[in-house]
Design a protein around this ligand. Structure first.
Ligand code: FE
Length: 176
């Protein structure tokens, strides 16, 4: 027998208290339909990044990586995990034998070292990456040459948003 009380209750929005310590959600309606080129910060040749969530208490950041034409993310090491989901385009790691395309999911375990190469397929190559900790740049022998983390990314986005007229504070929309 259908319990009407329960059915109705299931559709009732929560009306109880929310912790004052809970942070505000981030909601981006459609990062493609509402696209604004100013939201894409240049990170290198043919490469842009659009921030989605920059987490300063747990040291992770979620962003869309975009290549226009062919592109490379030079050799780097991950001390912490990365999750990737390909939205469009095609890319691979020089160190692995698979090629990622639309719908591909990638888990990069801590300790992985690789070089990302995107093909020019005639359309943008867009991947959502959830990065944790840092990306430690290295040469092919493994010698450290630089790094990126949520804080260096915040600096880069801040500078970019300032340059395109959105203001330095715009980056705060994505910081939690
Ligand atoms: Fe990586």
């Amino acid at each position: 027998m259908l319990d009407k009380t329960k059915t109705n209750d299931a559709m009732k929005p929560y009306q109880g208290p929310i912790s004052p310590f809970a942070l505000q959600e981030i909601f981006i309606q459609d990062s493609f339909a509402d696209d604004d080129e100013r939201l894409w910060a240049p990170l290198g040749e043919n490469r842009w990044s659009r921030p989605l969530c920059l987490n300063v208490s747990q040291g992770y950041w979620v962003h869309l990586n975009r290549f226009r034409g062919s592109g490379v993310i030079s050799c780097h090491r991950h001390p912490a995990p990365v999750h990737g989901f390909v939205i469009q385009g095609k890319w691979r790691y020089l160190e692995h034998d698979w090629v990622a395309g639309p719908g591909s999911y990638i888990f990069e375990p801590p300790g992985d070292v690789h070089t990302l190469v995107a093909e020019d397929t005639g359309e943008d190559t867009i991947t959502l990456f959830h990065m944790t900790g840092a990306l430690i740049n290295c040469d092919s022998e493994g010698n450290t040459t630089g790094y990126a983390d949520v804080f260096t990314r915040i600096e880069a986005y801040t500078e970019h948003f300032e340059n395109v007229g959105l203001g330095a504070d715009y980056v705060k929309n994505f910081i939690r």
